[in-house]
Write a new protein. Structure first.
Length: 464
């Protein structure tokens, strides 16, 4: 037996479970097994059987969703009320994959358009790329695994998944349901390992596709070391901006933006972080946001009443606090919060007008902190919103359709919400960052397309 990993509660540090870590030998065995499956496509699981397995998996997860939600809350720190939502989304995502298999299809290529193409018929079809390596993050411990593993299963790619070491129980729970639903274990293998071995997994020449969710520093490094021909989808963080114009219904905006910023203690890649508010409504807006922040219940993520749980580690609490202190020292006004709660939680914090060169204005804080900036001109607010290396989801609040459309056009983002918060997502929509925030497209069907490749067949016959 290898080294045992202790999975500890991020809230109070109690031991939840011990799980065996994997070493070089186990990584090599997993790769060899997956590669053999990919090389012999005649041994693949027939499409109707894959659909059946996914449908059974969804039913099993739905049946156990309360237990799985409680375990996800305990290991990851997301409050139970939100972990239940995550498990509901997971069930929907698995069913979406089963429904989407038929959409992974080819197309007809026109022929007989000139003498060179005469007497020919051409069409494409899509086939699985090969071995998928999935490296995941802690913040949505069940549903992220769904988005990385289930598309691979759906299209017939053998997949090796490495969950975050802080939250492997949710990954184990999903894979247990897949196996019980009839998926042979060799088609979806979990490895629990150190970062260096995860890099070996991702960059092995037998891996055809890497799906990575985590820090930009690690993701871009892995991409630079992929084997020739391997493709990837990288999902990193953001520093999501919101622009609230003078005509916005800000009373309706406030609860949505507070939820989008403080949800899961801000540990969401598209969490509301920077809100640019027109100066004519800024005072009322900030007063309302502060009022909501002060009412939020912070504490044990497994308690029914908790709205904000812990950060994933004590080190993250210290980092977030140092960023808040820096923003304060450089002229930002802390309107509420600004202090740790014990060693694992942090107060929901609102900072007014920190300078644009402060870390909270430039980088992803990944904590329960919202910065509010006042502005006079909409175009200037857009310029400031774009002045970061991140480009993921953004939002604009206004009742003016022309202003909304123009702002959507000007904002550097892969998705812009109009009159909604930046963390909105449903599992069938395309999801992915630009610039430093990532590469490729997530979402159930988009991921299925990413994990397949198009093959062209041209038929020549005098009868055509």
């Amino acid at each position: 037996m290898g080294e045992l990993l202790k999975i500890l509660s991020p809230y109070d540090g109690h031991l939840i479970r011990e799980m065996e870590m994997h070493g070089v030998g186990e990584i090599e065995d997993a790769l060899a097994t997956a590669h053999q499956l990919a090389q012999h496509r005649d041994r693949g699981i027939p499409t109707p059987r894959r659909i059946e397995i996914l449908e059974k998996t969804a039913a099993l997860v739905e049946e156990r969703r309360e237990d799985f939600a409680r375990q996800a809350a305990e290991e990851g720190g997301k409050p139970l009320i939100d972990s239940r939502v995550e498990l509901g989304r997971a069930v929907q995502g698995i069913r979406e994959a089963a429904r989407s298999v038929g959409q992974v299809a080819g197309r007809e290529i026109p022929m007989n358009l000139n003498p060179a193409s005469a007497h020919r018929m051409a069409f494409t079809f899509r086939e699985p790329m090969g071995v998928v390596a999935a490296i995941s993050a802690f913040n949505h411990p069940f549903n992220l695994i769904v988005h990385q593993v289930i598309p691979a299963v759906a299209v017939g790619c053998p997949v090796i998944v490495k969950p975050a070491r802080t939250t492997p129980i949710s990954c184990h729970n999903l894979l247990s349901c897949l196996y019980e639903a009839g998926l042979p274990r060799e088609w979806c293998q979990m490895v629990l390992c150190e970062s260096k071995l995860a890099e070996k997994l991702a960059t092995d020449r037998r891996v055809a596709f890497l799906t990575f969710i985590g820090s930009a520093e690690v993701g871009w490094k892995l991409r630079s070391r992929l084997a020739p021909g391997a493709r990837c989808a990288l999902e990193h963080g953001g520093s999501a901006p919101v622009i609230v114009l003078e005509d916005a219904d800000y009373e309706a905006a406030l609860p949505a933006l507070a939820k989008g910023g403080f949800y899961h203690a801000g540990q969401v890649c598209v969490s509301v972080q920077r809100i640019y508010v027109h100066e004519s409504i800024s005072e009322s807006f900030t007063e309302g946001l502060v009022k909501i922040a002060r009412t939020l219940v912070v504490g044990d993520p497994t308690a029914e009443t908790t709205e904000i749980g812990p950060l994933i580690s004590k080190a993250e609490v210290n980092r977030v606090h140092s960023w808040v202190q820096e923003a304060r020292d450089k002229g930002g006004k802390v309107l509420t919060g600004g202090n740790p709660i014990g060693t694992t939680c942090y107060e929901p914090t609102v900072i007014l007008n920190p300078p644009d060169h402060a870390k909270i204005s430039c980088d992803e804080i990944f904590g329960p902190v919202i910065a509010v900036y006042t502005f006079k001109e909409r175009v200037e607010a857009i310029r400031r919103a774009n002045a970061v290396p991140f480009s993921f989801q953004a939002a604009v609040w206004t009742q003016n359709l022309d202003a909304a459309l123009d702002t959507v056009r000007r904002l550097e983002a892969s998705a812009v919400m109009v009159n909604d918060h930046t963390a909105f997502r449903v599992d069938w929509m395309p999801f992915g960052g630009r610039k430093y925030s990532g590469l490729g497209v997530g979402g159930i069907l988009p991921a299925m397309m990413e994990m397949t490749e198009e093959k062209l067949m041209v038929i020549k016959s005098d009868l055509i």
